[in-house]
Design a protein around this ligand. Structure first.
Ligand code: NAD
Length: 354
């Protein structure tokens, strides 16, 4: 029977890379019934919202989606579609593996780590008060009433909530992930010395969970220290467990360690739904030119196949990607080549055959 999957092409380079990934997944022989749903810039122009309700309905029906990147419209009053989608479907865990790939020259030859990022709260929850509104003035007054003396009149605010519920489920997910995937270590990143109550809560829940998993080696590290050590010695890390903002930043850093955003795959997972998408954004600087690297989306597609239980097909896609990279003859410009998005997809498809 066909697997039902919603395809959200996205905007910018999204349609180019997601079509490439769809072709590769179809070429594995796994039967997927795709339902295409538009979201992003073009839909905003046509319908006045970048994320129509039917997109969410469709994902709720199929439970699984492959998504291209979507531009965050600036100055339209709309928040990020990506953040909204993750919150609406309660996709609380972002899982982003970074491993050294064959034929991709980097400073560190043996990186193999996974970022697990809390995806629904922290400063990304969208509790924001802009400069100069009555609500912002109310918040300032309330803060003063609570004894906070030094809030400047010309302040804007972004609130950072971290809850026991939110922290507990991502921390538990991370420890389960370690067990289920044959990994061994968890490094929890935080800034609990400064953000004592939000990051402090995340850290204390991490420590409690660590005691329940004596088989998993656990450590915590302040985020600045962790950034420095990742750049110097990424090979010592295994699973990085991070609150939302730090997870966003370090995901790109980790992508950079193994060859860049054109290769970095990811998943957004909740208890009920799973949305697979590359780590990168809509790359407006190269959109429409046919030169975007589709491998991040193709590798996200391999993760999706595994989620569907299609383990052989997932392994075949990953092996084909590795071989294309190893041969180094078909590459997009971000990896120093001159091939097109479609050339790369064709090369991966050609290597799918045993
Ligand atoms: P970006 O990831 O789109 O681009 C950063 C740089 O990496 C650019 O130079 C770009 O050309 C390059 N790049 C990215 N993906 C590439 C690929 N597949 N192949 C070759 N080069 C690639 O980041 P940005 O420019 O900061 O963001 C652009 C827009 O995307 C913003 O509106 C941002 O909010 C949005 N965004 C969306 C998502 C998402 O949909 N999940 C994620 C990140 C950013």
């Amino acid at each position: 029977m066909a697997h039902q999957v919603t395809l959200i092409p996205g905007d910018g380079i999204g349609p180019e890379v997601s079509e490439a990934a769809r072709r590769v997944l179809d070429a594995t022989g796994v039967v997927i019934a795709w339902t295409v749903e538009e979201a992003g810039a073009a839909v905003l122009e046509r319908e006045g919202t970048p994320l129509p309700g039917r997109v969410l309905d469709r994902i709720r029906e199929s439970r699984v989606a492959l998504k291209g990147p979507i531009t965050t419209p600036v100055g339209t009053g709309f928040a990020s579609v990506n953040v909204e989608l993750r919150q609406a479907l309660d996709l609380f865990a972002a899982v982003r593996p970074s491993r050294t790939l064959p034929g991709v020259e980097t400073r560190h030859p043996k990186v193999d780590l996974v970022v697990i990022r809390e995806n629904t709260e922290d400063v990304y929850q969208g509790i924001e008060y802009p400069l100069g509104t009555p609500e912002t003035a109310d918040l300032r007054t309330e803060l003063r009433r609570l004894g906070v003396e030094e809030v400047r009149d010309d302040s804007a605010f972004s609130v950072k909530p971290i809850s026991v519920t939110g922290a507990q489920r991502i921390v538990r997910y991370a420890f389960e992930y370690v067990r289920a995937n044959g990994r061994r270590r968890v490094t929890l990143g935080h800034k609990a010395n400064i953000m004592r109550f939000s990051d402090g809560l995340f850290l204390s829940i991490g420590r409690i969970e660590a005691e329940r998993h004596p088989d998993v080696w656990f450590e915590d590290m302040e985020i600045d220290q962790l950034s420095m050590r990742l750049v110097r010695d990424p090979e010592r890390f295994d699973v990085l467990l991070l609150p939302n903002l730090y997870g966003d930043i370090l995901s790109d850093l980790c992508a950079g360690l193994v060859g860049g955003l054109g290769l970095a795959a990811g998943a957004n997972l909740g208890w009920e739904y799973a949305v697979y998408e590359p780590v990168h954004g809509s790359a407006p600087d190269i959109a429409g030119k046919g030169v975007a690297n589709p491998l991040a989306t193709i590798r996200s597609g391999a993760m999706l196949l595994r989620h569907l239980g299609e383990h052989d097909a997932a392994a075949a896609v990953e092996a084909a990607v590795d071989r294309v990279l190893e041969e180094a003859t078909v590459r997009t410009p971000d990896l120093g080549g001159a091939s097109s998005t479609d050339d790369v997809a064709d090369a991966v498809i050609a290597h799918l055959q045993p």
